[in-house]
Ligand binder design. Structure first.
Ligand code: COI
Length: 428
């Protein structure tokens, strides 16, 4: 019923998009539709799982968060004629063909998700963590970005198929996870500013270890007060690709290692401008400056008051004072992380008072502990945060709240503890 409604509203959306373009002299709808790309996808005869347990040629002990291409990806399309996603299939992992005027390339009409699959303990198969939450978040983001989205079942089924087809790339227990990246992009060609006439849902995967180059060691952040990641009314609360376009990894040739974290911060003041592109360019600059000064990442402040914590480039942030844990409330500028949501619930179960509220820089400075959460970073302890050139240190190591929450969460995710919440989903 819900998917029928969604399909109808998508059809209305597409018709009005086509009308908009026609009114703007963009030509007839049919001339805007891209040709099907089935023939351009790497072809698949059958999924070969014979070497599922072989583990490939990979050095499992040094995974990091680099891209190791795997064997298969899943692709499903939805066009103006279809009205809803259908007929998804696995294909060989490989490049895809896109029109130069596709919605995603020209107007950033794209969303992504991040999920992990772990190898099950003592038995065959894999485990996913709350995959329907990712599916729901993609649907919510799709509404904001005027895109159709796969149904919950389509999303979870595509993820399961991708994991099974790439089974040999799921790291051994304790060595990492298979990171799964569902993408939803406006793949149809469009010139005038309007929703694309065709969408592609694609799922690929890669084996990963720790996200930060520090591994599980505490990280060092710098508060950025001149550049903002998101603004009220913008898209900070959904997982659009434009929020992440600027992310630069520590393995980039631009990274400069510097262990002196006492260096005063001297970030150039970058004037706030309201276009997404300008925002991205400015955020790139902020991250490059931060990393070249030896910081792990940037902690962004709100764009209006410039005094409330928002999030780190790739994760949510928490501050701990005594038995109280506070994290910025999600009010449109902060991504509602699934790890964030899970950690809030686990912390409350363990007797902490958890507050979702505006968190100020003063709250941060006064905190006993600071940590970050995200699918990729899991629960990452923060050793220092530098604010206006002043470095503040926080508790790290054993017997910290972040350590307790990390262990509680990952034990459920990896199947080492009972999943009393029903968060894990078996794939076999
Ligand atoms: C994730 O944690 O899965 C994300 O999507 C963040 C990304 C920058 C790696």
């Amino acid at each position: 019923m819900r998917s029928a409604l969604r399909a109808r509203s998508f059809n209305r959306l597409l018709s009005s998009a086509v009308n908009m373009v026609q009114a703007g002299g963009g030509g007839r709808c049919s001339s805007l539709l891209p040709r099907r790309w089935a023939s351009s996808l790497p072809q698949l005869e059958s999924v070969d799982r014979s070497d599922e347990e072989s583990g490939g040629e990979i050095d499992w002990d040094n995974l990091g968060f680099g891209l190791t291409p795997t064997d298969y990806m899943y692709v499903m399309r939805c066009s103006v004629e279809d009205g809803a996603f259908s007929r998804g299939e696995l294909s060989r992992y490989g490049n895809i063909e896109l029109s130069p005027s596709s919605g995603v390339l020209n107007y950033g009409q794209g969303l992504f998700e991040g999920m992990k699959a772990y190898r099950r303990v003592g038995r065959a198969g894999y485990t996913l963590f709350r995959p329907e939450e990712n599916a729901r978040r993609m649907q919510h983001g799709a509404e904001r970005m005027c895109m159709p989205a796969p149904s919950l079942d389509q999303f979870v089924d595509a993820v399961k198929q991708t994991v099974l087809a790439n089974g040999r790339w799921v790291p051994p227990q304790g060595k990492g996870a298979l990171y799964i990246r569902p993408l939803l992009i406006g793949s149809g060609a469009i010139l005038g500013l309007a929703p694309a006439p065709e969408y592609t849902f694609l799922v690929y995967a890669a084996p990963v270890g720790n996200y930060f180059k520090e591994g599980l060691a505490p990280i060092n952040l710098v508060v950025e007060d001149g550049v903002h990641r998101a603004m009220p009314g913008g898209t900070g609360g959904v997982k659009t690709i434009t929020n992440y376009a600027p992310v630069r990894t520590s393995s980039s040739p631009l990274a400069v290692s510097n262990s002196n974290h006492t260096t005063p911060v001297d970030l150039p003041h970058l004037q706030f401008q309201s276009t997404v592109l300008d925002l991205c360019v400015q955020v790139i600059k902020a991250q490059m400056d931060a990393k070249s000064k030896g910081f792990t990442d940037v902690l962004y402040l709100d764009a209006v008051h410039k005094r409330y914590l928002e999030e780190v480039s790739s994760c949510n942030v928490f501050v701990v004072k005594g038995r109280v844990i506070a994290t910025p409330a999600t009010r449109g500028t902060i991504l509602p992380g699934i790890t964030r949501k899970s950690v809030i619930e686990l912390a409350a179960d363990r007797g902490y008072k958890v507050e979702e509220r505006p968190v100020t820089v003063d709250d941060l400075i006064d905190a006993d502990e600071v940590f970050c959460t995200g699918t990729a970073v899991v629960v990452a302890p923060v050793a220092t945060v530098t604010v206006e050139g002043q470095r503040y240190s926080f508790r790290t190591g054993p017997d910290t709240v972040s350590q307790e929450l990390y262990t509680t969460l990952t034990s459920i995710q990896m199947g080492l503890a009972e999943d009393s919440k029903g968060w894990t989903v078996a794939v076999d």
